[in-house]
Design a protein around this ligand. Structure first.
Ligand SMILES: [Zn+2]
Ligand SMILES: [Zn+2]
Length: 247
């Protein structure tokens, strides 16, 4: 399910990798008006895209933002349309996993980080994996055992706002999860689950049922979106149908 790449003003090519498209499975599916209280969304199935992003800078260094839903037996299998097609999307972009130098994990939800590991081994064998300290500290269950633990020698743990590759920054954006982060490259903002649905661009106060701390998430969303809007940034979203959204 290819989407078109764009090139930032700073010369970074950003390619959306469409890992999957589908509705949530019955275990967590709810009517949109329950997922986004106060949104007035109609009672139609919410079909999510699951996007990762490949960044290629002018020196050909490669950074991957998020790794998607993973294999058929991944921790996302209980609710997401596994298996993800990240490997095929990367191949279509002419990239092998071993060429990725940096992986940024926006957060440790199963649909954003499960593709990091396959059969107990890191998929991106030569990559540092950037994670916020608060996210690592909160890791638990299958994500800890099956994703974080196999990565232990490749983790690059950061706190707050950090340049993690030349021209690529992460910014702490807590609320959806304790250590949620977004990634920036030039005017692009890879927003992870800062915003889940376009309805939250019109009104960032609209909450999302699965934000872990809804109040903090709403405050972070409003603050960060206001800043991004002021600089006319381009959002690269995880779950919108169209990956890029110009503010
Ligand atoms: Zn897509
Ligand atoms: Zn999430």
């Amino acid at each position: 399910m290819p989407h078109q790449p764009i090139i930032t003003g700073s010369g970074v090519e950003v390619t959306p990798l469409c890992d999957a498209v589908g509705p949530m499975g019955p275990s967590i599916r709810r009517p949109p008006a329950e997922l986004f209280p106060g949104s007035g969304l109609p009672d139609e199935p919410w079909v999510l895209h699951f996007h990762c992003y490949l960044l290629r800078d002018a020196a050909d260094r490669l950074t991957l933002v998020d790794t998607g839903i993973g294999a058929a037996d991944s921790p996302a299998a209980s609710w997401a349309p596994v298996p993800g097609t990240l490997a095929g999307e990367l191949a279509a972009a002419g990239v092998t996993p071993a060429e990725i130098g940096t992986v940024i994990l926006t957060h440790l939800h199963s649909d954003h980080a499960s593709g990091t590991v396959a059969e107990g081994r890191p998929v991106f064998e030569n990559a540092r994996h950037v994670l916020q300290r608060a996210e690592l500290d909160a890791a638990a269950g299958r994500m800890l055992d099956e994703v974080v633990t196999p990565l232990k020698d490749q983790l690059h743990v950061v706190e707050g706002d950090v340049e993690v590759a030349p021209g690529v920054h992460v910014h702490a954006t807590p609320g959806h999860t304790p250590g949620h982060q977004i990634a920036r490259a030039g005017e692009l903002a890879m927003t992870g689950d800062l915003v889940l649905h376009p309805v939250q661009l019109a009104d960032p106060a609209i909450r999302y049922l699965y934000d872990e701390d809804q109040e903090t998430a709403a405050r972070t969303r409003a603050d960060v979106l206001a800043g991004l809007r002021a600089e006319q940034a381009i959002l690269a979203t995880a779950h919108f149908s169209e990956p890029f959204h110009r503010l």
